[in-house]
Ligand binder design. Structure first.
Ligand SMILES: [Zn+2]
Ligand SMILES: [Zn+2]
Length: 521
């Protein structure tokens, strides 16, 4: 027996994404018998323009991945799963049962956008952007689709749904457990346990995008013994520097005031989650007698309508109080002619339309018209990234000119926003979610703007001070974790021919590639 057989096992973790999109954690386990297991947690599309080219390649060999885990159905967490299979991944993908069902909608919608993009018809591309958060610049860049519907169907044949709180063995040395979280219907945190005879197990807890609660369902607690484990927590930090006290709950008042003013109230919404939350809000205002139920409500966007129907067909997933979330007098808009007639329709009304940032989908049809109307209120209900149409619209003062597809128009509409619907825990929630593990050995901070990750890591150090420290994940650093937390960090370039090496049979040129280096920038 060689002395290597007694070596402690460890797992090397690298986040392929530096910020909040393109989520992908690559984990390489080295067992005491030298066997290597590679798995990834999420495999999302990069959405920031500066990272767009990274969507085209993986800085690792997909054939070497043993299995993939998916936290939730957002395109920046699942959008490259079909490409992973297309590029040679041959293993199973596990997700919560609900996520495994919802993924079909999101991935097929994305494939449609890619397919339309390759027609090189800008008009068609924009039209096909029916709800999605797939960037136009990515779609327009493509000569061939990143993947098509056949690739989606192949990938989905390999996706397995797993019930919450059930530990399943997916490799002789690896078990996983999906735990519910309030970020989104089906959203999970994932516990990965690596075990080996005679060795202490390594427990990794991936928070995924995390929220403590959700308007639609109760978040199930994990079995008590899980909280006692000596874990390394991999925690998201999107709002790691934001306090709950900054949230202003103004949506109801803004909506009611707009109705009193006889306005068209138009809310750009994300298809999954946000759409249904706002429908529920409206329903509750009607039930409370605050909103006249004869005021018409319209919902436009294919994906938003599909997800709404999924909620309606899966009421068991929802709390009894949220099951009847569809408001009185709701009409679905499908046709162009229906949209046009809505523009001519006077009086108070509510229009919910994708996309949430106003850049794609039917919002592109409504917003240019309603911007110029003094009897309209445009209400954003989620985060808008810089340079999106939604952000520009909010930042332009009323009465000033705004560029709408090359035409300067005067902004007459009232433009409002709220941050009350966010699906991400704030600093206090995130710290509290880590504190649920009194025996946490170390914390790896993930999924946030770079400065936010650093600052949140400091907060974790100051308030929780895990015994084996806190590290920030990113594409340039590999964190080696053992049963008792962080062992050490290594620069990713040093790992090229170690944990993340390409197989020997691969060409020399491939081996020379600087793995994880953003060579396309
Ligand atoms: Zn998410
Ligand atoms: Zn995310």
């Amino acid at each position: 027996m060689s002395k290597n057989t007694k070596a402690d096992m460890f797992v090397d973790i690298v986040a392929l994404h530096d910020e909040v999109t393109g989520s992908c954690n690559i984990c390489t386990v080295r067992l005491p018998d030298q066997r290597r297991i590679k798995f990834i947690v999420d495999c999302g599309l990069f959405q920031e323009e500066k990272y767009q080219r990274e969507n085209y390649y993986f800085p690792f060999d997909p054939r070497e991945i043993d299995f993939a885990l998916v936290t939730h159905n957002h395109i920046d967490h699942i959008g490259r799963i079909p490409k992973l299979y297309k590029d040679g991944f041959n293993g199973p993908t596990y997700a919560s049962t609900t996520t495994s069902e919802l993924m079909t909608y999101a991935l097929n919608n994305t494939a449609e956008i890619f397919e339309a993009a390759t027609s090189q018809n800008q008009g068609r591309v924009r039209h096909a952007m029916s709800d999605s958060s797939v960037p136009v610049y990515l779609a327009n860049l493509m000569n061939a689709p990143l993947f098509d519907k056949d690739d989606v169907s192949y990938a989905m044949d390999n996706v397995y749904g797993v019930e919450f709180n059930r530990r399943i063995k997916i490799d002789p040395n690896v078990s996983v457990m999906f735990a519910g979280n309030g970020h989104l219907l089906g959203a999970s945190s994932i516990l990965v346990t690596i075990s080996y005879p005679g060795q202490r197990s390594i427990n990794l807890f991936f928070s995924g995008d995390y929220a403590k609660t959700n308007m639609f369902f109760d978040v199930k607690a994990m079995p008590k013994n899980i909280y006692e484990l000596p874990v390394t927590v991999i925690e998201e930090s999107t709002y790691g520097t934001t306090s709950n006290s900054t949230i202003k709950r103004v949506f109801d008042d803004n909506l009611l005031e707009s109705m009193d003013m006889g306005h068209t109230f138009i809310a750009p919404v994300f298809a999954l989650g946000r759409t249904q939350e706002i429908l529920l809000k409206i329903r509750r205002l009607q039930e409370a007698g605050k909103l006249d139920p004869t005021i018409p409500i319209f919902l436009d966007g294919n994906l938003a309508q599909s997800y709404t129907s999924y909620y309606n067909h899966h009421k068991k997933l929802l709390t009894p109080e949220a099951r009847d979330f569809v408001p009185e007098n709701l009409s679905m808009i499908h046709e162009f002619a229906e949209r046009e007639s809505l523009l001519k329709k006077g009086g108070a009304k509510v229009i919910l339309t994708t996309s949430g940032m106003g850049s794609y989908g039917p919002a592109q049809f409504y917003l240019p018209y309603f911007i110029t109307r003094a009897d309209a209120t445009i209400h954003f209900c989620g985060f808008t990234t810089p340079n999106t149409f939604g952000r520009v619209l909010q930042d332009t003062p009323q009465g000033e000119l705004i560029d709408v597809k090359g035409v300067m128009v005067e902004k007459k509409a009232r433009v409002l926003a709220t941050n009350e619907f966010s699906g991400h825990g704030k600093k206090e929630d995130l710290l509290e979610s880590i504190e649920r593990f009194p025996n946490a050995k170390s914390v790896l901070v993930n999924h946030g703007e770079k400065a936010t990750k650093q600052s949140f890591a400091q907060s974790v150090t100051d308030t929780i001070h895990p015994s084996k420290g806190v590290e920030v994940l990113g594409p340039d650093v590999c964190v080696r974790v053992g049963a008792y937390g962080i062992i050490k960090t290594l620069p990713v370039t040093d790992l090229e021919f170690k944990s993340f090496d390409a197989p020997e049979e691969q060409s020399k040129s491939r081996q020379k590639q600087k793995l994880f280096r953003r060579k396309m920038q």
